[in-house]
Design a binder for this molecule. Structure first.
Ligand code: MTE
Ligand code: MO
Length: 406
């Protein structure tokens, strides 16, 4: 695994140089997969925005690689929703070509493991029904950089997360139209529509994720709209699976197959990838999968030195798999806490809520951090224990920022 880490950094450099030749992407499982480098534009911080997200605001993001772009911590605002131009990107493989969104309504999805299996187009799905949900999209590796053990993978800090409004048809509605789930199918398994690199076992690279079927029937949506616009190709257009409360990886982009299955997918990304285990241990199907998210919050302002006087400390908080109930803020590294106020409308259980605490600060150095509590009483943890791939980070101690007031 140390080797995988080195490989990743080497390819990171290749990507940064904007080489147009073949690069190697690290699969979810640390598996090397040949993938075509995407054309790049506009250098930013020495690196170019990948072509598929050339429309993002270069000042709002950090380009890690051809396949990974992070939102800067201070760019998260107080209005609740993350603009698409600032949203992070995390691709395991390059997105499909623009052709996929040339005629969105003709994109086809096959439904399997239901009474009446069939293929439907996005146009067909739009006639079935619609629901809108606000939900946090967060990569399992968000906060990986805050662990000490140098877990391999993109060194995300706080910005592999956003809060989006999705519109689409509930999976439940589609399944009911197809006669219901077939007997004995405990999982919903969704397959991404990327073309796979040649000469490699598809199971080692395909993006195919399983979640419990009851969760899918309760809350999954097949979304064609994000923040009031057709879902951008990079974010899964023409059609994306959205599982509110579940980590990003389960939200399969450009979905081409939705199957109700007896067992979880055999794809590496499900079987051994995205499994939480102790450092040094290989991934295995009996370890917890990156499904539900945890209660989490972080401060987004101030992050730099301030003048003394009144300062508004703000950030974002979410409950993960349930609603966020309260947020406390500390300016002394967690010795004392004060309750913050939420800002703006409550967009539902799966959304994040901006929060604010006005403080009067005299000259000195302050360690500012926040701690959220969800509706079930779970309190954001102080420290997240290391795990091999650096997943599931939420500890408030290392999400703290040191700010000098003069
Ligand atoms: N088809 C497909 N779906 C995918 C991925 C992918 O590479 N291909 N990446 C997953 C991961 S790891 C994350 S964190 C989110 C990222 O979504 P975004 O790029 O829209 O921010 O999509 C998930 N769904
Ligand atoms: Mo992710």
């Amino acid at each position: 695994m140390v080797v995988a880490g080195r490989i990743h950094r080497r390819h990171f450099i290749i990507g940064a140089a904007g080489t147009a030749g073949a690069v190697v992407a690290i699969g979810a499982n640390g598996v090397d997969a040949p993938a075509l480098a995407q054309q790049t534009t506009e250098p930013q911080n020495g690196k170019a925005l990948p072509e598929v997200v050339s429309w993002k605001d270069p000042d709002a993001v950090i380009v890690h690689t051809e396949l990974t772009v992070e939102t800067k911590r201070d760019k998260i605002g107080t209005s609740g929703i993350t603009p698409s131009t600032e949203l992070y990107l995390r691709n395991n493989l390059p997105s499909p070509s623009e052709e996929a969104v040339a005629n969105r309504d003709s994109w086809e999805v096959s439904f399997e493991g239901v009474q009446n299996e069939r293929t439907m187009t996005v146009g067909d799905l739009k006639r079935l029904g619609i629901e809108t949900v606000a939900a946090v999209l967060q990569c399992s590796g968000n906060g990986r950089a805050l662990f000490d053990h140098e877990a391999s993978g993109t060194q995300w800090s706080t910005g592999a997360a956003g809060n989006l409004i999705w519109s689409g048809v509930p999976v439940r509605t589609v399944v009911e139209a197809l006669g219901g789930v077939a007997a004995g199918r405990a999982f919903m398994t969704s397959t991404g529509g990327e073309s796979l690199p040649e000469g490699i076992d598809p199971q080692t690279v395909i993006v195919e994720r399983s979640i419990p079927a009851d969760i899918a029937m309760e809350r999954a949506i097949l979304a064609w709209e994000m923040n009031g616009q057709p879902v951008p190709l990079a974010h899964g257009g023409p059609l994306r699976v959205v599982i509110p409360g579940f980590y990003g990886i389960n939200n399969v982009k450009y979905v081409k197959k939705v199957a109700f299955t007896e067992t979880e997918s055999d794809a590496a990304i499900q079987r051994t990838g995205y499994r939480v285990r102790p450092v040094g241990v290989s991934g295995a199907p009996d370890q917890p999968s990156m499904w539900e998210m945890k209660v989490k919050s972080w401060v987004t302002h101030p992050l730099v030195d301030q003048q003394s006087g009144r300062i508004q400390i703000f950030g974002v908080a979410f409950g993960g798999n349930s609603a966020v109930q309260r947020v406390e803020v500390s300016t002394d590294g967690g010795q004392s806490w004060r309750e913050a106020n939420f800002v703006g409308p409550d967009l539902g259980s799966y959304a994040w809520r901006p929060f604010v605490l006005p403080v009067d600060l005299s000259p000195g150095t302050y360690t500012i951090t926040s701690r959220a509590t969800d509706a079930s009483g779970n309190v954001q943890e102080e420290v997240t224990e290391p795990n091999h791939r650096g997943y599931d980070y939420s500890g408030w101690r290392r999400l703290a920022v040191d700010v000098t007031v003069t």
